[in-house]
Design a binder for this molecule. Structure first.
Ligand code: GAP
Length: 503
C-alpha cells in the first residue's frame, strides 16, 4: 500500500474524511468530513483566523451567499473565461482534460494553450483515449461553474460560486463604510466553493465542492506600502521564479524585502502575505523544503490576475498549488462598476477618486489539510501502527481518557476526569479493547496526550499521562491535569518535568 493509500485508509476508517454518499455508487469529487475531520478543519480555520485576521487591525470578515446570479459572473469574467479544454473519446464517450493528455519534455502537463493547438498536438502525437485507446474528438472549452435554476418558475440562472471572492467585490460599498472608509483594508471570507472539475483526483486535492479562505486586500495603487511590512521584511521565502522555471534552475531563497526591491514580488502587500504564509505553513508541520512560491507563467495566470505567486506544497504525487496569490488589480471592481452601473470608486484622504487595487491570498482548505496529513504522517514500524503528528493547535483531540478496567469505580472516576477536561479541550473517551489498542487508535487521529485512570487514581488522585510523540509516561495529580496540559500545549514546560517518570 502506498503512503497516500495508507493515509486515505486511516482517514476513511477513523472518521476523518470519506467519500460522500458512498452507500450509493458515488460521484467522484465529493468528500464528507467525519467527526475527527470536522474538528481538524474547524481548528485549522480558527488558527488561520488567529494568524491572518485577528492579528491585523484592518481586516474584517464576512460570510456571503453561495449561490450568486449570472450577472455577477458576466462581470467577473468567469462566464467567458473560467474554462478548461476537454476532449471526448469518440468510442467510450469518456471526457478528458485535453491539457492533461499532453506532457512537455519535462513531463509537465501543458497549460494555457489555445484549443486549436491542443487539437493539432493530439492529432500529431496520435494521443488516444486513456481509458479505451480510441480516437479523441476535437478539443472544446468547458465552463467549470455549476449552474442552477432560481425560483419555482425558473428563468433565473444562478451559479454556485467558484470562488468566495465575488461576494466581497459585490458588497464592496457597504464593507468600505464598515471599514470607516479608509484604505488599506481587507475583507476575509471562509466558505464553500464549487467547480465542475473534469477529472477530480488525488483524494481531496482536486474536488468539485471544496472550502476556501480568501482575503481581498484593498489598497490605493499610488500608495502600495504596507504598514506592518517591517515585521516580516527580513523573513526569508523560497521563490521559483519564471527564469528558474524556464532555464532549469533551482528556486531562490530571498528576504521579503529583497524580493520587492528586485521586483520579483510586485509590491509590499503581496510580499507581506507571502512571508506570513511561509511561516504559517511551517507552523502546520510542513517542512520548508516542501514549500515554495511559484511565479505562474503568463499562459497559466488566471484571467483576473496581473501576476500570481502561488504557494505550492510538495505532495507524494508532486508539487501542487495550495494558495493562489493574485494581483487582481482593479479588475473586479471596475468590471462590476461597468456591468452594474454602480459607482464603486472611493475618495482618498488627498481627494483623489480611485478604484482600489487588490492583492488576494486564496487558501484552499482541503488541499492544505491534505498537505498537513501528508507531512504529519509518521510511518512507525517500532510502534506497530502509523500516526499523525499534528501540531497542538490543530490536533482534533488534545487528550484521550482511558479507564484501565471497566469496574471498581474506575469508569465513574474516568468520566469525572473526562467531563472536567472537556470544558477546556477536545477530549476522546475510549473504554474498549486493550490499552495498547486504545493508544493505537488515539495516535492514529493524532491525539497528543493519553490519560489512564487506574486504582491509584481512586486512592491517590493521580493518573498516568502518555505523550503521543515520545510514548514517554509521567504520573501526575488529577487536580493539576488541566493546568499542566495547558502549559504543555503552550510549550511552557517540558513533559518530562511535569510529574514523576514511569519506566
Ligand atoms: N479567488 C481565486 C481563486 O479561487 P484559485 O487558484 O483558483 O484562486 C485558490 O483557487 C485555491 O483554492 C487553490 O490554490 C486550491 O488550494 C483551492 N482549489 C481550487 N480548486 C480546487 C479544487 N477543485 N479542489 C480543491 N481545492 C481547490
Amino acid at each position: 500500500m502506498s503512503r497516500m493509500e495508507e493515509i486515505q485508509r486511516i482517514c476513511f476508517n477513523r472518521g476523518i474524511i470519506f467519500p460522500t454518499a458512498e452507500i450509493y455508487s458515488t460521484i467522484s469529487g465529493f468528500f464528507d468530513y467525519g467527526p475527527v475531520g470536522t474538528l481538524l478543519k474547524k481548528k485549522f480555520i480558527d488558527y488561520w483566523r488567529e494568524f491572518f485576521v485577528k492579528s491585523e487591525d484592518n481586516i474584517l470578515e464576512m460570510e456571503g451567499s453561495i449561490i450568486l446570479p449570472e450577472s455577477v459572473f458576466k462581470a467577473s469574467g468567469h462566464l467567458e473565461s473560467f474554462v478548461d479544454p476537454i476532449a471526448q473519446c469518440l468510442k467510450c464517450k469518456s471526457i478528458h482534460r485535453a491539457d492533461e493528455l499532453i506532457q512537455d519534455k519535462t513531463g509537465k502537463f501543458v497549460e494555457g494553450k489555445p484549443v486549436k493547438e491542443l487539437t493539432e498536438i493530439i492529432k500529431k502525437e496520435k494521443i488516444k483515449c486513456p481509458r479505451c485507446g480510441s480516437e479523441l474528438s476535437e478539443v472544446k472549452l468547458f465552463n467549470l461553474m455549476l449552474k442552477t435554476e432560481i425560483s419555482p418558475l425558473g428563468g433565473q440562472t444562478g451559479y454556485l460560486r467558484p470562488e468566495t471572492a465575488q461576494n466581497i467585490f459585490t458588497a464592496f460599498q457597504r464593507l468600505f463604510r464598515v471599514a470607516r472608509s479608509k484604505l488599506p483594508f481587507g475583507v476575509a471570507q471562509v466558505g464553500r466553493s464549487f467547480r465542475n472539475e473534469i477529472s477530480p483526483r488525488n483524494f481531496i486535492v482536486r474536488v468539485r465542492e471544496f472550502n476556501q479562505v480568501e482575503i481581498e486586500m484593498f489598497y490605493d495603487p499610488e500608495k502600495p506600502d504596507c504598514k506592518n511590512f517591517d515585521g516580516v521584511k527580513n523573513k526569508k521565502i523560497v521563490i521559483f521564479t519564471r527564469d528558474a522555471q524556464k532555464n532549469d534552475k533551482e528556486p531562490i531563497k530571498i528576504t521579503a524585502e529583497d524580493a520587492v526591491k528586485k521586483k520579483i514580488v510586485p509590491n509590499e502587500w503581496m510580499a507581506y502575505f507571502l512571508a506570513k504564509e511561509f511561516e504559517f505553513y511551517k507552523s502546520l508541520g510542513i517542512p520548508e523544503d516542501a514549500l515554495r512560491f511559484r511565479h505562474m507563467l503568463p499562459e497559466e495566470t488566471p484571467h483576473y490576475s496581473d501576476g500570481n505567486l502561488d504557494l505550492e506544497i510538495k505532495f507524494d504525487f508532486g508539487w501542487k498549488e495550495t494558495v493562489g496569490n493574485a494581483v487582481r488589480t482593479d479588475h473586479d471592481l471596475k468590471n462590476h462598476m461597468k456591468f452594474s452601473g454602480k459607482d464603486l470608486t472611493v475618495t482618498t484622504d488627498d481627494k483623489r477618486k480611485i478604484v482600489p487595487n487588490v492583492v488576494e491570498p486564496s487558501f484552499g482548505i482541503d488541499r492544505t489539510i491534505y498537505g498537513i496529513l501528508t507531512h504529519c504522517f509518521i510511518e512507525d514500524k517500532k510502534r506497530g501502527w502509523n500516526w499523525f503528528k499534528f501540531p497542538a493547535k490543530i490536533a482534533p483531540y488534545t487528550v484521550a481518557i482511558f479507564p484501565l478496567v471497566n469496574k471498581d469505580g474506575i469508569p465513574e472516576k474516568s468520566m469525572e476526569v473526562y467531563k472536567t477536561l472537556k470544558k477546556e479541550f477536545d477530549v476522546l473517551y475510549d473504554d474498549s479493547g486493550s490499552i495498547g489498542r486504545r493508544y493505537a487508535r488515539a495516535d492514529e487521529v493524532g491525539t497528543i496526550f493519553a490519560v489512564t485512570v487506574d486504582y491509584d487514581s481512586l486512592e491517590k488522585d493521580s493518573c498516568t499521562v502518555r505523550h503521543r510523540d515520545t510514548t514517554k509516561q509521567v504520573r501526575i495529580k488529577i487536580k493539576d491535569l488541566v493546568s499542566i496540559v495547558n502549559k504543555l500545549i503552550n510549550k511552557e514546560v517540558d513533559f518530562e518535568k511535569v510529574g514523576s517518570p514511569i519506566k
